[in-house]
Ligand binder design. Structure first.
Ligand code: F6P
Length: 305
């Protein structure tokens, strides 16, 4: 997120825009918690995780009164465009602001990578890289003890982090909320097949959205006799220095957002499709949730062992 903030501020300054940083998202807009940004305020942040603007989930903004206060803040502070950085909830919030007369541009920033209109979102690559390196470390113990490691990754109701981490680590099974798995064929038989081929330790990746990581691990021990251990990766996936791929994506998306503002092409979500970027108008977006990539999932299952 810091890389996208940096790009927006630097390019805005170059275009002689006045730019205010809104602290803690929609809550900060309601409370008018803002400060003037310039090149100095965004120097030496590109390599930092988190966000210098902080964040919050604001229940007040979901009320009509909260929406009105946020809209009044924009008018009183002389804000012409709000650039909203976030996932599904933030985009829905931006759409509400837009429907109330405030111009917005959204940039998908979520490790879950579940924003409908964009192939990619800022943070996903870093989260998958972190999860992959954590699993590589956990594997050393699983391998040394001939154990099964059941590893839970983030993603809310979405299995993207699990799918991509599972492929990256060559997992024996990848379990996601979007796919109704069969315990026998998708886990026990996979472990049995791997055992027949000489494998003695097993990595099972589970998306947090399934809410059954511990149960899965206990059942594996019970059914196979293999010692099984759970690791929940948690917030390490949301922190730390961003990957260079994320810094580059964020910088490009930030530039694209400012270009849209310069062209007065407002009220869009910045969307990545393949190698290019395009604006998707709020008016065309009905559903913000992206469909799960079953084609990649099937490939992942076909090579999991
Ligand atoms: O949506 C991003 C995400 O990191 C999810 O993967 C995770 O479930 C959630 O946020 C955690 O959010 P919170 O810290 O508010 O519980």
């Amino acid at each position: 997120m810091n890389a996208v903030i940096r790009a927006i501020v630097v390019l805005s300054v170059a275009n002689n825009f006045r730019i205010l940083g809104i602290l803690r998202g929609f809550g900060g807009l309601i409370n008018r918690d803002v400060y003037e940004m310039n090149i100095h305020t965004v120097s030496e942040i590109i390599e930092k995780g988190g966000t210098i603007l902080y964040t919050t989930r604001s229940p007040e903004f979901l009320t009509n009164d909260g929406l009105k206060k946020a809209t009044d803040s924009c008018r009183d502070l002389g804000i012409d465009v709000v650039v909203v950085l976030g996932g599904e909830g933030s985009i829905l919030g931006a759409k509400r602001l837009y429907e109330n007369g405030v111009n917005c541009i959204c940039i998908p920033c979520t490790i879950d990578n579940d924003v409908l209109c964009s192939d990619n979102s800022i943070g996903f690559d870093t989260a998958v890289n972190t999860a992959t390196s954590m699993v590589d470390k956990i594997r050393d113990t699983a391998q040394a003890h001939d154990r099964c490691s059941v590893i839970e990754v983030m993603g809310r109701k979405c299995g993207n982090i699990a799918l991509h981490t599972g492929i990256s680590v060559g997992a024996t099974a990848i379990l996601v909320p979007e796919y109704k798995f069969d315990f026998d064929s998708d886990i026990i038989e996979k472990i049995g097949f791997a055992q027949e081929n000489g494998k003695k330790h097993f990595i099972i990746i589970v998306a947090e959205g399934l809410k059954m990581t511990q149960e899965i691990s206990s059942e594996i021990s019970l059914r196979t006799g293999i010692e099984s251990r759970v690791s929940i990766l948690g917030y390490v996936q949301r922190g730390g220095a961003p990957s260079s791929a994320d810094r580059i994506l964020a910088s490009k998306m930030g530039c694209f957002a400012v270009e849209l503002i310069v062209e007065n092409n407002l009220n869009n979500v910045v969307s990545v499709v393949g190698n290019s970027m395009s604006p998707v108008p709020f008016s065309e977006i009905r559903n913000f949730k992206k469909k799960f990539d079953f084609s990649t999932y099937e490939k992942a299952l076909s090579i999991s062992t």
